[in-house]
Write a protein that binds this ligand. Structure first.
Ligand code: UFG
Length: 324
């Protein structure tokens, strides 16, 4: 199958690209390498380009003629989206629309979109089903939700189907140690704790210890990046088999507190480091846990890495041997 992957040099995209190429798909990655890494795309083709370049986009889609498009390319920092919303609406929303327009011109019928738990905002109930109200609390969440909305409208008006995968907290790395998470600056919890474990940072701050959770720290559903990658391949088969357009939560359905994650990292790495209590980070919901029954039932998703210990160990393996 021919699959065009935007953002395929990034963290989640590269894990999907690896699985697609491993099974023999013809994969072309579009990435401007602003946050992605050339080394991460492996044996897939790579076009270094901006999605805003509609001439190049139309040419590439016309030449490659993909059976499906997977769209990962996006900015992902919630805090930055609050400081600089237009950066997010430009890159995530406007460029997303530009990609959809080019796909429509090229006759692409199947589309898989990287969405986020941030579309739910700060939900009342946990775990969160896909039917929960969509009330983002930051521009990042809105920038993704607008694309989901456009996808829904497009699939209602045209012979076009999509799957939106709403990621909870992506974590871990491919067990090969050849690809993994590498953001600059790093803002995600597990890689930040590693920096404390390696001495690159003096300590790790816990943002808020007074949340209404058992140990007072925020709870998140940390899903291994290879389980996320599996969901993309299943979504592709689902669309190929005529599945209806849909959004699916990607998470395990249970979460860990920040303190539990810190303790797991200490155990898995065998390293000691300083942990500091810090104020709450603005915009952090206390608990984000996926109700992922829809993904399991409709796509037959069977997680292979549902263990925080294994997730942390694969990420640590990458951290110790990282290539980029
Ligand atoms: N945290 C700390 N200290 C740190 C960093 C993070 O205590 O130094 C805490 C956060 O407050 C949060 C948890 O660790 O409670 C996880 O934080 P991350 O920044 O790793 O991830 P988020 O839950 O904030 O972000 C995730 C996705 C986003 C998505 C968001 C939806 O990465 O893409 O959920 O709320 F938008």
């Amino acid at each position: 199958m021919k699959v065009l992957v935007t953002g395929g040099a990034g963290y989640i995209g590269s894990h999907v690209v690896r699985q697609l190429t491993a099974r023999g798909d013809d994969v072309l990655v579009l990435d401007n390498l602003s946050n992605g890494h050339r080394e991460a795309v492996g044996i897939a083709g790579l076009e270094v380009m901006n999605l805003a370049d509609s001439v190049a986009l139309n040419r590439i889609l016309g030449e490659f003629r993909p059976d499906a498009v997977m769209h990962f390319a996006a900015f992902i920092e919630v805090g930055e989206s609050v400081q600089n919303p237009l950066k997010y609406y430009q890159n995530n929303t406007a460029n997303g629309f530009a990609l959809l327009a080019a796909c429509a011109d090229a006759g692409v019928k199947n589309f898989i979109f990287s969405s986020t738990a941030a579309v739910y905002g700060s939900p009342e109930n946990t775990p969160i089903p896909e039917t929960a109200s969509l009330n983002p609390i930051n521009p990042y969440g809105f920038s993704k939700l607008f694309v989901e909305q456009a996808l829904g409208d497009l699939s209602a008006s045209d012979d076009f189907r999509f799957v939106a995968l709403r990621y909870f907290n992506a974590a871990g790395a491919d067990p090969s140690g050849e690809i993994g998470e590498s953001h600059d600056p790093e803002s995600h919890l597990i890689p930040l704790i590693f920096k404390a474990a390696t001495g690159e940072r003096e300590n790790i701050s816990i943002f808020g210890s007074d949340y209404p959770t058992p140990d007072g720290t925020c709870i998140r559903d940390y899903v291994h990046v290879n389980d996320l990658a599996d969901a993309h391949l299943l979504a592709l088969s689902y669309l190929q088999n005529g599945g209806e357009s849909a959004a699916f939560n990607c998470g395990y359905g249970h979460g860990y507190s920040v303190k539990e994650v810190v303790d797991t990292v200490k155990r898995a790495t065998g390293r000691e480091f300083e942990v500091v209590d810090a104020p709450r980070r603005a915009g952090d919901p206390p608990i984000l846990v996926a109700d992922s029954r829809r993904l399991k039932e409709a796509l037959n998703w069977t997680p292979r890495f549902d263990s925080l210990d294994i997730t942390v160990r694969t990420a640590w393996n990458w951290e110790l041997n990282r290539r980029y």
